[in-house]
Write a protein that binds this ligand. Sequence first.
Ligand SMILES: [Zn+2]
Length: 393
Amino acid sequence: MKNPALKPYCRQVMSRDNDVIRFKMERSTLEIDDPDGSIFAFIRLLDGARGVEEIASECRLTAREVEEGLALLDRHRLLACGTADPIGLTEREQIRYKNNLTYFSLYESLNESRFDFQKKLKNATVAVVGLGGGSVIAAWLAAMGVGRIVGVDFDRVELNNLNRQFFYTEDDVGEYKTIALQRRLHALNRDVKVEVHQRRIESAQSLVDIAAEADMMVSAIDTPPLMGSRYVNAACLHRRIPSYYLSIGNRLGFYFRVLPYESGCTDCRVLHIMRTDPVTAGRIRRQVAGAAADADTGNPGFAPNVAVMTALVASDIAKQLTGYSAISDMPFGLVPFHDMDISRRSIPRYSDCPSCGRSADPGTDEWVEPVALERLLEVAEEAAPLSGERENR
Ligand SMILES: [Zn+2]
């Protein structure tokens, strides 16, 4: 073990009163009983200059007791990784990501350093499907140092995109979003590999090759309505990689994460709506039946709202890729724009989901496409919401 050291900020938040040591963190307080002051003396010796034996002899503890004390502090991420090895990061990257590394140092442990977290980002591939709002997510990813970004779109940059897709500039208007994204990402971070596909998404099959080479995929497409995200979902279930979805509506936005065959998928979400939310269910039914579309009220995309939603997705992706902090076990986030008071919930995984339920067969290579929407709605009606068919995890 390297010489243990208390993280510098921990000294600032540590106090000892009435025989109790307290580490008062932003969201929690760790309390350790210390009637004779020996633990306080022990913690003061964690300066990175002394080894376990030396600490033990100076504060009259056994080596085993010192190790137990260190394990406790390390579980609470209070110990620095010491002279951690930046191998795998170039000197330029260590400078470029200096503040990332400072941030990650708050979460590092004796076994996993801040450099390890940054290297996980560097070695990751994230695919972003839909380069409208997706272009902003791609920019967050490039800035934080995700090593390979794959962008998929077929559209061109329009002047009216720039009010919210602010990673593009006026010079990009008229250009394919894929080409513009590649140029902008290169200008932002030349160490990031960027691959783009000029592709209209009309099936899950058209994403399978991209999912095969990605660690995770983000769906920021709104066409074809209802189906675009289901294609992404099917391709990611097929390749067993996590996927993210976001949508920005009039007064609120939502985003969610699917862990394949663990949390509810896009089709589970449709089943959930059809069984629990009659108003939205009615709208989906009308849409699927091809009834007159709701009146076109335009796109309410507004830059601050897009920034918040895309940043929430990027933040979750960073946690998922590095494990520096646990991801929420409630993967659905709802954001009302008037007060940005985010609420979280889970999406149940339904056992009768045609995409990820018991009838889905993840082992078959040929099976990729989601069932037709009409069929999905039939499935939703086959079981009553409270029949016990629901499989909450
Ligand atoms: Zn499902």
